[in-house]
Design a protein around this ligand. Sequence first.
Ligand code: ZN
Length: 568
Amino acid sequence: MKYSSILKAFSLLFISLLATSCFSEKTHKQPKLVLQITVDALRGDLPNRFNKVLGEGGFRYLMNQGLHYSNAHYQHANTETIVGHASLATGTIPAAHGMVGNVWFDREQGRLVYNIEDPEYHLLSANSDVDQKTEIDHTQKTAKSDGRSPNNILTSTLSDEMAMHFAGRSKIFAVSIKDRGAVSMAGHAGKAFWFSKANGEFVTSNYYYKKYPNWVTQWNADKPASVYAGKSWTLLHSAEKYMFADADNREYETDIAGFGRTFPHEYGKVDDKYYTTKLTLSPAGDDLTLNFAKTLIDSENLGLDDVPDYLAISFSSTDYVGHVFGASSLESEDNIARLDRTLADLFSFIDNKIGLDNTLIVLSADHGQPEAPGYLHELGINKAHYFDVDALDKTPAITALKKKFGIAKGLIEAYFHPYIYLNQKLIHEKKLNQAAIEKAVAEELMKFKGVAYAVSSTALRTASLPDTVMIRSILSNFHAKRSGDIYLVYEPDVFINDFDGLTVTSSHGSPWRYDTFVPVMFAGAGLSAAKNTRFITPYDIAPTIAAYLGVKTPSGAIGNPLREVLNK
Ligand SMILES: [Zn+2]
């Protein structure tokens, strides 16, 4: 055979291989709706762990009739809400999408900023105010303005790609209790609604609308949040069904005034200062989210024509309940049982309206969840403890460093998990070497009990650091304009529990496996049931849906389409 004919034969073979690998994927019909569910802080093991309290049609539908990936982990270090949501939306790491934390220090403004705050816009609501009744969601207090927009998200989202591909004909919406849970998923082209603790309404900003759609005004006028007044959060099943039936009253749980540590948890009166906050600390928050989402599906006629629509729903209660009571508590167990009913309700509603066969469903989480130190102590795991960061700048080691470099005033400008921001102005004025100070501070921090790593950003940028999983995860989180000067990683089971004076039971945000571990479940759209234990990342989700729809991948995406979803 002549060389040219061999070449021809090979190229023909190559073309046919290409055809089978790429073009056979689009054998399915286009879904009418992409439903992306995010359960805030749903650690990957939790649905199976609490299997005994689950019913039919919720998690069991996803796990038994869908594709369940049980070994999915984030690769970035700062496992926080906006970081995970933005990663799900964009299919990439914070180094690319830019959402490095719930809060970061903006050097230009010289202050801490909240991830999606945007002074160019304002909250679109007649009677809400900036000072939300938020005691748990401390991070929002950082924001100077009540304006919210996706402008800080630097790469495109899956929803943006759908908008571009379908020439703006896809209807794109996102709903969540948390503003950042909705704004991130709606992307730059969609519409976002979130819950205002100030007035118990679902709100948006004038980035999205000039005026509320009538159905939203009507929904708010009906005051669905007020129906919980005088009621309480009780157990869904009889107590003996629960793994944690005998562990309701634990002194390490956060005792919120009037809500308490044990069932029933009273919501109190509508005009109680913390009424709406209590709703979010219980399954009521997810109920309200479902209620609003169902009205949205109806009112906006989602999934009724041939152009695929997109709806993201982020359920926040699992996260708040975890922070307050811990992942291993009767409250967390009952919350999962009730979330399961919420999901079953949502799926049956969609089945009636649109058909599950016409709906591509994906469920995942923005991050996992740690165990509360108190729970670990009960099991004899005594090394678990809380880390006091408040006194960092005044510790003898840092004081000695300041003396060495001739700095009297604060060397540490700000600390907000996970970054320490040095006083660069001071360092510059004194003509000191920033890299040398970062290195010296990092070395001192490494000596603290409970600190696993302290990595200098200059070192990340310039030095040849060892290629370890930890360093890679910190690099994945690194954005030159937003990251701080030193990344602080605590040892496993060591946490900060003090947020602006409020003590919580547990907090996620580490690169450890309990925080990176999330479920990934695809269902509907005629997908066959399968369980998969191979290692995947949540960055794969957006590229998978993009490939499924035949739209291009989001601009910064690093994940790979999951072949099991495409080759059904
Ligand atoms: Zn959280």
